[in-house]
Design a protein around this ligand. Structure first.
Ligand code: DGL
Length: 292
C-alpha cells in the first residue's frame, strides 16, 4: 500500500525542535519511540528494540530517497539528520533513536543540542559492548567511510579504555551486498575476507560491527575471523541502552496496549518493503511515503 504524507515542522522560539506537545512522564508513556536511518539498514536496530520492548510503539523513518549517507559529507549528513529528527518530533515521540551509525557518528551532538526529547545513538552503546567483550583491548571496528573517517567509535572506545588498540576499516561494498541479499555467497566471502584481512592480521580479539547492515553478515564474518574473535553489534547494545533510559525517566510504556510499528520512507515504498522484510520480517507490509 502506498500513501503520501507531509512532515510537519515544529520549532520553538529558541530554535530548538520540539515535539508537538510535551507532558509529564505519565503523559509521555504512551507516546511512540522515533527511529531513523538513512534507509533500510536501521531495521536491524528496530528489530533489537522490538525484541527487548515489545509493548512500545515505534515510528521508523528510512530516508530511502537520499541513501547512502556513508559516502556523504558531514554537512549533508547533519542536514538530513536534522530533517529526519524534525519529522519524528512532529509525530510526538518520547525518545529518539538514531539507528544509522553514520548519522550517529557525525550528527548526534547537533541533533541532541537541538532536541528536547532524549536522543540515543548507536556509537556509545556499541563502543561499551565492544570494550566489555574484549579481553586483550585489541578491538577492530568496521563501518561506512563517513563513520570510520569521523573517528567517533575510536574516541568512544578510548574514553572507556584509554589503552585500547583500535583498528578500523571502512567497508563500502558491504551495504550494497547486503541489500542485494548476498550475505553468504562466494562474492560476499571474497569481499569480506578482503576487508577483514588486515584486521585479522593485527590480532584483534573483538570486532565491532559499526554499520546497520553488517549484522546480516555476522555468520560469514565469524567464519572468516575464526573462533578467537568476538563479534559485537551496536544494535543489541543500543536497544539495552534505550530500555534503561526509558526506565530511568519513568516513561516506559506500562499499559500493555502498544506494540505497533509504522514505517515512513522518502522514496517509493516497494523496495523498502521487499528488502525490509529480509531485515525485519513480514511485519514490514506497508510504508508511507513523505513529500519533502
Ligand atoms: N545506515 C548506514 C550506517 O549504519 C549504512 C547505509 C548508508 O551508508 O547510508 O552507517
Amino acid at each position: 500500500m502506498t500513501q503520501r504524507a507531509r512532515g510537519a515542522r515544529v520549532t520553538s522560539a529558541n530554535g530548538r525542535v520540539r515535539p508537538s506537545s510535551v507532558g509529564s512522564a505519565a503523559d509521555n508513556r504512551g507516546r511512540p519511540i522515533g527511529v531513523f536511518d538513512s534507509g533500510i539498514g536501521g531495521l536491524t536496530v528496530l528489530q533489537a528494540l522490538v525484541e527487548l520492548m515489545p509493548h512500545e510503539d515505534f515510528i521508523y523513518l528510512g530516508d530511502t530517497a537520499r541513501l547512502p549517507y556513508g559516502t556523504k559529507s558531514n554537512e549533508v549528513i547533519i542536514r538530513y539528520s536534522r530533517e529526519n529528527t524534525e519529522f519524528l518530533l512532529a509525530k510526538g515521540i518520547k525518545l529518539l533513536v538514531v539507528a544509522c551509525n553514520t548519522a550517529s557518528a557525525v550528527a548526534l551532538d547537533e541533533i541532541a543540542r537541538a532536541t528536547i526529547v532524549p536522543v540515543i545513538g548507536v556509537i556509545e552503546p556499541g563502543a561499551a559492548a565492544a570494550v566489555k567483550a574484549s579481553r586483550s583491548g585489541r578491538i577492530g571496528v568496521i563501518g561506512t567511510e563517513a563513520t570510520i573517517a569521523s573517528g567517533a567509535y575510536t574516541r568512544a572506545i578510548q574514553r572507556l579504555r584509554p589503552r585500547a588498540e583500535i583498528y578500523t576499516r571502512a567497508c563500502p561494498l558491504l551495504v550494497p551486498l547486503v541489500e542485494e541479499g548476498w550475505t553468504d555467497n562466494p562474492i560476499a566471502e571474497q569481499t569480506v575476507a578482503h576487508y577483514l584481512g588486515s584486521l585479522k592480521d593485527s590480532g584483534i580479539d573483538t570486532l565491532l560491527l559499526g554499520c546497520t547492515h553488517y549484522p546480516l553478515l555476522s555468520g560469514l564474518i565469524a567464519r572468516i575471523l575464526g573462533r578467537g574473535v568476538r563479534i559485537v553489534d551496536s544494535a543489541t547494545a543500543t536497544a539495552a541502552a534505550v530500555r534503561q533510559r526509558l526506565a530511568s525517566l519513568h516513561i516506559a510504556r506500562r499499559d500493555g496496549l502498544g506494540g505497533r510499528q509504522s514505517f515512513f520512507v522518502t522514496e517509493t515504498p516497494e523496495r523498502f518493503i521487499r528488502v525490509g522484510r529480509r531485515f525485519l520480517g513480514p511485519q514490514v507490509e506497508s510504508a508511507v511515503r513523505l513529500e519533502r
